[in-house]
Design a protein. Sequence first.
Length: 178
Amino acid sequence: MDKPKYILFDFDDVINIYNRRYDSDKIDQATWIRLLKKRKKDKITIQQACRLEGLHLKDVVEFYHKCALPNYSLIETIKDIEFSNKYTLGIFSNNSSTVIMSWLTNYGLKKYFEVILTPENLGWNWKPSDTTFYKVIDVLNCLPSDIIFFDDDIKNIVVATRIGFNAKHYTKKTKINI
């Protein structure tokens, strides 16, 4: 039996389209950025960052649901790929697994992704660190060449390609033909 093939997508600005102009009455863009920086610096979950900042996780997740909308053209392609049963689909992101899972559930997209890889389950390693990409290979128990990876950040594509992933730079104009 052949090894499984994985297609991994970055989350922010790939699976979703982030509206940086959205603010709610409880959370604004500056607060969101501060939470992300704290999470990375202190290697803590989004829940812990919220507690330290005196915020409610529910408010942060609600904010994210409203400012990050599905990239519907890519979602249709993902549905077709998932239907083919040729690949295991996943998300490989520096975002929080809690935020990602909540967002996917909110938009009815959770069923399409079998694997969610984030700093929380990659030993608090972040893209574009080489270590992070090697952790992905370990977690998936596969060769780098078994992974097709789409990301909007060219730094991540450079590292992934160097390690042996089949990495593709994703832009709004990218057409995915698998």
